[in-house]
Design a protein around this ligand. Structure first.
Ligand SMILES: Nc1ncnc2c1ncn2[C@@H]1O[C@H](COP(=O)(O)OP(=O)(O)O)[C@@H](O)[C@H]1O
Ligand SMILES: [Mg+2]
Length: 239
């Protein structure tokens, strides 16, 4: 399965229409991601990173082109079908966590498992909270947690369904040094132990260097796509 492209982005354009004006934020994006690899997307603020991640994860639709995730072309899927694909294949860590404020840490982690009608949901969720060091915070609400703790809950939630691919939007952006190291460790453990493909948007060049490959974007275009020097084991060239 090493050579399987879990993500295949072909000629993708994205144009937002707001206040009657159109703004093209992604221009002819093309890349493949090999299953089990890790990839960092870097670029200045406003360059289109979050938009690109959202399209890759089926949270939003490309204006033109194809996003093929785990062999499924997302084009033409209904909102319900997209939601099912996300729940089945994807974990997503949002820049601003997006935890549900009315649910406890434990309940937040349980949500994706409930959607999948899994068994032993509570045990699985408690185990995940334990893994991210929050066993004693399971009954706290997001507002009662620090930014780093909310990020770890968000990570536990994203891991809960053992996704084939995990998207993380600046996962260490709001965290102190010590907490970032822990979060990074959890991400890469998932990559090596469960074979989860990682796609990480980051400003942190040290974090980017720990992945197999770095894609740089500028003004909505890919300006470079290179394997990292440190971890060039899996080379994923754009075709
Ligand atoms: N929903 C939206 N409607 C209109 N413009 C948007 C929307 N989301 C993002 N943009 C614009 O698209 C560009 C890229 O944004 P974004 O993908 O968030 O960049 P980044 O994550 O690299 O900072 C920015 O100019 C931003 O203002
Ligand atoms: Mg962003």
């Amino acid at each position: 399965m090493q050579d399987f492209n879990i993500l295949d982005i072909r000629n993708v354009n994205k144009t937002y229409i707001s206040a009657g004006k159109s703004l093209q934020v992604l221009h002819n994006i093309n890349f493949f991601v090999k299953k089990g690899s890790s990839l960092a997307i870097t670029g200045a603020s406003g360059s289109g990173k979050t938009t690109l991640l959202g399209l890759c994860a089926g949270l939003d639709k490309a204006t033109e082109g194809n996003v093929i995730l785990n062999g499924i072309d997302l084009k033409g899927l209904t909102e319900d079908e997209l939601a099912a694909v996300r729940n089945q294949h994807i974990g997503f860590i949002f820049q601003n966590f997006q935890l549900m404020p009315t649910l406890t840490a434990l309940e937040n982690v349980m949500v994706p498992l409930e959607l999948r009608r899994e068994k032993n949901i509570k045990t699985i969720a408690l185990d995940l909270l334990d893994k991210v060091g929050l066993a004693d915070r399971s009954h706290h609400y997001p507002i009662q947690l620090s930014g780093g703790e909310q990020q770890r809950v968000s990570l536990a939630r994203a891991f809960s369904t053992k996704p084939a691919i995990l998207f993380a939007d600046e996962p260490t952006g709001n965290l102190d040094g010590e907490t970032s190291v822990k979060i990074e460790q959890l991400l890469f453990d998932l990559n090596t132990q469960a074979g989860t493909t990682l796609v990480i948007v980051t400003h942190d060049l040290e974090l980017a260097a720990k992945t197999n490959r770095i894609i740089k974007i500028k003004n909505g275009e890919i300006i470079s796509d290179e394997p990292t020097l440190e971890n060039p084991t899996i080379i994923n060239q754009t075709v």
